[in-house]
Design a protein around this ligand. Structure first.
Ligand SMILES: Nc1nc2c(ncn2[C@@H]2O[C@H](COP(=O)(O)OP(=O)(O)O)[C@@H](O)[C@H]2O)c(=O)[nH]1
Ligand SMILES: [Mg+2]
Length: 318
């Protein structure tokens, strides 16, 4: 029998139990008091370095992630971060991990899924990206606390909420394809904002040069800055460009460490995460409050013309 106690689970996860690790991720995914108990433990450990892979559906994120897993495990290091196991989270309804892709991909992923050195977990959106934007940082913390120095998170970068989730990463790789300019017009700004590295995947197709030019001119508009996102080309299906991508991720990490950007970003992210949790808790309190007598009393006063909503709200807050 597997324990339900977060401390026991964490201890087991640290010594390599995948079942315990999976159970912990489920806990933070489902929320509630058990999650609180788990959070009290996982947030006291060193966080994993998180690499985010984002971009439109079908861009080749999963295929690329698959390549990164393979070459990453061979390297065993991302600059100064050494690892012998990798944690992967997929927040992508079209991902092979969640069963949305062609058979070949799924078989390949399953090879990794049975590899002792890889922990793959897909997190369902369940139409509730808001909840996920809390659960993803928690799940990443679970990985860090369980002894994963490096984690990869795949997200679909189509809307603002997904971009929010992508911002849980320390290095964000935005995956595009030749010709993306036309199809991704609406969300270009959002992706541009989070990108630390651009990848033009499907480099075996025509239109690379135009896409590169398009990206370069968008980056020019952003003005001078200490880190200009490099634009790499990959063909995930045959793996070409993967090694250069690892190098670029390592360079970005090194830049962040030496410039102090890593701490600045983590501080900003922590501020946003705290605000989100605070917002969620305040909303929950309001729901509780709205089921109470005091609330009904204020509603009665409003109906009787004895108060206004602003005054009543202030009274209830007190
Ligand atoms: N021609 C070509 N096809 C690719 C490449 N990378 C991925 N694909 C294909 O694009 C499709 C979508 O890939 P997938 O990794 O599932 O994309 P995701 O939705 O971004 O995760 C699959 O059929 C892949 O085989 C590439 O570099 N070149
Ligand atoms: Mg995918």
């Amino acid at each position: 029998m597997i324990s339900k106690d977060p401390a026991e689970l964490l201890a087991a996860a640290r010594t390599g139990s995948r079942t315990a690790l999976a159970r912990l991720v489920t806990m933070v995914e489902s929320g509630g008091p058990v999650m609180r108990a788990a959070a009290a433990l996982i947030y006291r450990s060193e966080p994993a370095y998180v690499v985010g892979i984002t971009g439109p559906p079908g861009a080749g994120k999963s295929t690329l992630t698959d390549r990164l897993i393979t070459s990453g495990l061979v390297r065993g290091a991302l600059g100064d971060v050494t690892f012998d196991q990798l944690g992967i989270l997929c927040i992508d309804p079209s991902s092979p991990f969640t069963g949305g892709a062609i058979l070949g991909d799924r078989i390949r992923m399953q090879e990794h899924a049975t590899n002792d050195h890889v922990f793959i977990r897909s997190m369902a959106t369940r139409g509730n990206l808001g909840g996920l934007s809390l659960a993803v940082p928690d799940a990443l913390r679970v990985l860090g606390a369980s002894g994963f120095p490096l984690a990869v998170v795949e997200t679909v970068g189509v809307g603002q909420m997904e971009v929010d989730i992508a911002s849980a990463a320390d290095t964000t790789v935005v995956v595009t394809n030749p010709g993306w300019g036309d199809s991704m017009q609406a969300n270009k700004a959002g992706l541009l904002e989070v990108a630390d590295i651009f990848v033009i995947n499907k480099a075996d197709r025509a239109g690379i040069r135009e896409t590169r030019r398009d990206l370069e001119s968008m980056l020019d508009l952003g003005g001078e800055r200490a880190w200009r996102p490099p634009i790499l080309e990959t063909t995930a299906t045959d793996g070409s460009g993967t090694e250069a991508l690892w190098d670029a991720i390592a360079e970005h990490r090194a830049h962040q460490v030496t410039s102090g950007d890593l701490s600045t970003r983590r501080r900003e992210r922590t501020r946003r995460e705290l605000a989100k949790v605070l917002g969620a808790q305040v909303s929950a309190r309001i729901v509780d409050l709205s089921h109470g007598e005091d609330y009904e009393a204020q509603v009665n006063r409003l109906l009787a013309g004895e108060s206004d909503p602003y005054s009543s709200a202030e009274i209830l807050l007190r």
